[in-house]
Design a protein around this ligand. Structure first.
Ligand code: SF4
Ligand code: SF4
Length: 96
């Protein structure tokens, strides 16, 4: 590899973390405002935005159904907690 080269993340070659991850991020649908701040900060690239399910709209009627909710692929999330740190409204809590 050249000096200063960029290693691109390839989710297909990433190790699955579901068995050994210690902490797990939990998204509070009533708090997430769909700002997407957490998505580019995730070092594993396992966060993406998705439409809200009906029950998630009901518990967050202040936020509005047009606001997307962040979704996490727990097969590859390593539980680092970066997403919880950067969320401006503290919608992600790290749980064991
Ligand atoms: S805990 Fe880390 S790896 Fe998991 S979704 Fe959050 S930022 Fe990504
Ligand atoms: S979890 Fe927080 S940072 Fe991520 S989209 Fe929702 S409000 Fe924004």
């Amino acid at each position: 590899m050249e000096k200063g080269g960029i290693i691109k993340h390839n989710i297909d070659k990433a190790p699955k973390t579901g068995d050994w991850r210690y902490m797990k991020p939990q998204v509070d649908a009533s708090k997430c405002i769909g700002c997407k701040t957490c998505v580019p900060h995730c070092p594993e690239g396992v966060m993406e935005m998705r439409a809200r399910k009906i029950e998630e709209i009901e518990i967050s009627n202040k936020i509005g159904k047009e606001k997307e909710l962040v979704d996490i692929d727990f097969e590859y999330c390593k539980g680092c907690g970066v997403c919880a740190q950067v969320c401006p409204v503290k919608a992600i809590n790290m749980k064991k």
